[in-house]
Design a protein around this ligand. Structure first.
Ligand SMILES: Nc1ncnc2c1ncn2[C@@H]1O[C@H](COP(=O)(O)OP(=O)(O)OP(=O)(O)O)[C@@H](O)[C@H]1O
Ligand SMILES: [Mg+2]
Length: 339
């Protein structure tokens, strides 16, 4: 992904429209966005808890980009295509050069992660848009008879710390995560299907989405109860007519739709829903600790081994995404924060 500010991580934030619950409560929007800035203005009724005028002053945060998707009729409305242009296209540029890439969607329950990653109905999110664009690019490249591309896809969910294959949901429950000495953690027996067109991948995606664990909570009608990892492996083989050698480039693209953090009091969860929520929060806090440890290592605050161990193994999510989070220098992860 086009490195912003010299780093190889991009962090963007997106603001969704009010849902019916927020409209019914007469909520007031306290978010403003312009280019990369997100400004939060505390509502005046926060005055009860405010310790001084400083607590009531607007607070500005800078991201690589702030997407205003609050009102579709606004001329500045950021739609699904805008996200794909800024995030999906540069990701594909890198993938076609043979670099691994990753996008995570992170944020509170109901904040618009699944909408932005997968989309609902015809409002395709960044995952189907990346797939479509990828096959268009492959079509262009294969005009040259010496170039052949293959795409493999896998789609899994981590539900209550167990891995389920969404492209092969009949295999009950708990796939094992193993570690390969050179390529790192992988899921044993996970289906990796070769796809030849967008149509084929779209059908698989639809089947996988139907198999994903989703439930209605007070905060979101279609709340993801699992973390989903959609992986594309792009292999390009080019026959060099001068050297008579075949060159191979391979890139892995991991597209991750996390389950949202939640407060049991707001979701109204009890029983199985409550247990799910606790597991979701636990693995998200491990993700937070892994990112904090990686940040300490990269700024030199801590040295590897000397208290600077990254706790990848503390959750299935972080263990599986070890190479996407920081284990491989050729990665360009993008974090999308939703509010
Ligand atoms: N940018 C947007 N424009 C229009 N509608 C949106 C947008 N983002 C989210 N929504 C709507 O808000 C609702 C909640 O979004 P979504 O299911 O994507 O949340 P989520 O972050 O995935 O939540 P969870 O963590 O519970 O899975 C959905 O009905 C979705 O269609
Ligand atoms: Mg979701």
């Amino acid at each position: 992904m086009a490195p912003a500010g010299g780093g190889n991580i991009k962090v963007v934030v997106r603001c969704r429209p009010f849902n019916s619950r927020e409209i019914d409560r007469g909520s007031k929007c306290i978010v403003e966005m312009k280019n990369n800035q997100t400004v939060l203005t505390p509502p005046s009724d926060a005055a009860h808890g405010a310790k001084g005028p400083k607590d009531l002053a607007p607070k500005a945060f800078a991201f690589d980009r702030s997407y205003w998707s609050f009102d579709k009729s606004d001329p500045d409305y950021a739609g699904q295509e805008n996200l794909h242009n800024d995030l999906g296209k540069p990701l594909l540029d890198n993938a076609f050069q043979g670099y691994n890439n990753c996008i995570f969607a992170y944020g509170q329950t109901g904040s618009g992660k699944s909408y932005s990653m997968m989309g609902y109905g015809k409002e395709h999110g960044i995952i189907p848009k990346i797939c479509q664009d990828m096959f268009e690019r492959i079509g262009g490249l294969q005009q040259d008879k010496n170039t052949r591309c293959t795409v493999e896809v896998s789609y899994l969910e981590i539900y209550n710390e167990r891995v389920r294959d969404l492209l092969n949901p009949s295999t009950k429950g708990n796939l094992k995560v193993r570690e390969h000495p050179s390529t790192g953690p992988y899921v044993e027996d996970l289906a990796k299907l070769v796809v030849g067109s967008f149509q084929e991948i779209e059908n698989l995606m639809d089947e996988g989405n139907k198999a994903r664990t989703v439930a209605a909570t007070n905060m979101n009608e279609t709340s993801s109860r699992s973390h989903a990892v959609f992986t594309l492996i792009l292999t390009q083989k080019t026959f060099d007519t001068d050297t008579k050698m075949e060159l191979e480039k391979q890139a892995k693209i991991s597209l991750v739709d996390l389950a949202g953090s939640e407060r049991a009091t707001s979701t109204g969860a009890t029983g199985a829903r409550l247990k799910e929520g606790a597991e979701i929060n636990r693995s998200l806090s491990t993700l937070g600790r892994v990112i904090a440890a990686l940040a300490d290592l990269s700024t030199g605050k801590k040295k590897k081994g000397a208290g600077g161990t990254v706790p990848y193994r503390d959750s299935v999510l972080t263990w599986l995404l070890k190479d996407s989070l920081g284990g491989n220098n050729s990665e360009y992860p993008a974090l999308c924060r939703f509010c």
